[in-house]
Design a protein around this ligand. Structure first.
Ligand code: SAM
Length: 174
């Protein structure tokens, strides 16, 4: 499956950490890339790209000013658009249908989500109907989509690899 994430409405300085974490979670849990819309913030793109460079894999982080243009471009390329929102249909009820698709664009919101997003989405999906976080919603959704297999994913051409330890830290490479 090909899967990209679109992060809506990034605000420079206020959202640096949360937007970076959306990228890191997307990469670690099996997405092929993330598109940021809203303010152009080179430091977020660099933070995510730096992690990919050191820890491997083929993850892309890019910017598109217009979220609508990004959604329509992915739709044109045959991607199914899944918008994560507390107002959507429960993930446990929609995941089987979503998993049948082979190209997904997973949209996570920011402070304010434009109404059009709800109409443009093929699926509006909730991870509980409670307000929480784009990072948590994304992590849980990706785990459901990949059925836990993302946890064993190998990252090609990694310069640094963790050797899991019961205690302490061990890293190969630098
Ligand atoms: N108040 C905003 C709005 O206009 O909908 C949402 C703010 S929320 C902090 C930011 C993003 O987190 C949402 O757009 C959504 O992608 C995600 N999110 C938060 N709670 C969620 C939930 N229960 N299920 C799915 N996604 C959720």
């Amino acid at each position: 499956m090909k899967l990209f994430v679109l992060r809506l409405g990034h605000r420079i300085s206020r959202d640096h950490r949360i937007s970076t974490h959306c990228g890191l979670v997307a990469r670690a849990l099996g997405a092929d890339g993330i598109v940021y819309s809203g303010d152009h913030d080179q430091s977020v793109l660099e933070s995510v790209s730096r992690v990919s460079e050191q820890w491997g894999g083929k993850f892309e982080a890019k910017y598109e000013k217009s979220w609508k243009k990004a959604v329509n471009a992915y739709k044109k390329k045959g991607y199914t658009v899944v918008h994560l929102t507390m107002y959507g249909m429960p993930v446990q009820k929609t995941i089987a249908k979503v998993k049948r698709k082979n190209k997904l664009l997973v949209v996570v919101g920011g402070e304010k989500v434009p109404w059009e997003m709800y109409d443009l989405a093929d699926f509006n999906v909730s991870v509980t109907s409670q307000p929480h976080s784009e990072i948590a919603a994304l992590a849980l959704f990706l785990d459901r989509v990949f059925g836990g297999k993302e946890l064993d994913r190998k990252f090609v051409k990694a310069k640094k690899v963790v050797v899991p330890q019961a205690r302490g830290k061990k890293i190969i490479g630098k």
